[in-house]
Design a protein around this ligand. Structure first.
Ligand SMILES: [Zn+2]
Length: 300
């Protein structure tokens, strides 16, 4: 499933050529991906004729801002891809569900074999209407996150985004100390920290020397600072390499290029292989039907 680095890779690529483009038409061939709208026609009416002003991201969501202050939100789900094409003659991949055609030429296609992803248009709240923002996100002292949540109320519940919300280690500590659940659960709960999933939670925990099953509230100050730093370091690195593309998954950027950060994974998908620090085999356990990879010796 695409996590923050993969979605950020898509965002940065789209921001380079989508801004200023006008959506001439949006052809929806699978209504399931626009399920928040009553009909595909309703969705089309909200996007067609609009010019793109911004391409942003919050957690695992892409947010495309239009000239009328509405936003097109795209969540890639498990297997969603956004692919550019020159025009209708470019062969359409299987499972293409939405095709945006731009007035200036070119297309952007939404492809999703498993159809867990979705696209919807968010209308900003009327003036004076209070948006209930996540209590964790409200700890942020800067960044674009709070503004984005006010503009796109569907995302107001999201917890801290490690880049769009600024939060020092001390406030991060307050969040951890209020949670008795395990670190893995806290790190992958989008309502606490937005953007981390299975891969980057495991990599972050390994980089901080912490076990997945430690209660969040049990961390010492030094451990909290280590974890806080590791989150941004791992994500920054992963973005630099265009995210991770695993053998059984299909993450690619809008030009069809896979990421390469999987080459640098220390634990994820390395069950039985030697730990790069201590040579002990990496362990895999199943927590809430999802795999967790860790080193028993290096993480405590
Ligand atoms: Zn080790």
């Amino acid at each position: 499933m695409p996590e923050l680095p993969e979605v950020e890779t898509v965002r940065a690529s789209l921001a380079r050529d989508l801004i200023g483009k006008k959506i001439k038409s949006a052809a929806v061939t699978n209504g399931r991906v626009v399920r928040r709208h009553k009909t595909a026609k309703d969705f089309r009416a909200l996007v067609e004729g609009h010019t793109i002003k911004s391409v942003q991201r919050l957690g695992k969501n892409l947010i495309i801002g239009f000239d009328n202050a509405t936003h097109l939100v795209i969540h890639l789900g498990m297997s969603g891809q956004l692919l550019r094409a020159k025009g209708p003659k470019d062969p359409k991949p299987k499972h293409t569900h939405v095709v945006f055609t731009f007035a200036q030429g070119g297309e952007l296609r939404y492809v999703d074999p498993r159809t867990f992803g979705e696209l919807y248009v968010s209308i900003p709240p009327n003036e004076g209407v209070e948006v209930e923002i996540s209590k964790f996100a409200r700890l942020s002292i800067g960044g674009e996150g709070l503004t984005l949540r006010h503009q796109v109320p569907e995302l107001a519940h999201l917890g801290i985004d490690p880049f769009e919300d600024q939060i020092g280690w001390d406030r991060f500590a307050a969040i951890l100390r209020s949670r008795s659940t395990t670190l893995k659960v806290v790190l992958t709960d989008q309502d606490i920290i937005a953007g981390l999933g299975n891969i980057y939670a495991d990599e972050t925990l390994y980089a901080s020397g912490l076990r997945y099953d430690r209660p969040a509230e049990s961390l010492s100050t030094i451990e909290i600072r280590r974890l806080h730093r590791a989150i941004t370091e791992i994500l920054t690195d992963a973005i630099k390499y265009g995210g991770s593309t695993l053998t059984d998954e299909q993450f690619v950027d809008p030009d069809g290029k896979p990421g390469t950060y999987q080459q640098f994974h220390q634990v994820y998908d390395r069950e039985g292989l030697p730990c790069f620090q201590c040579r002990q085999p990496i362990k895999r356990v199943t927590v809430r039907q999802r795999s967790t990879f860790f080193c028993e010796k290096c993480q405590s």
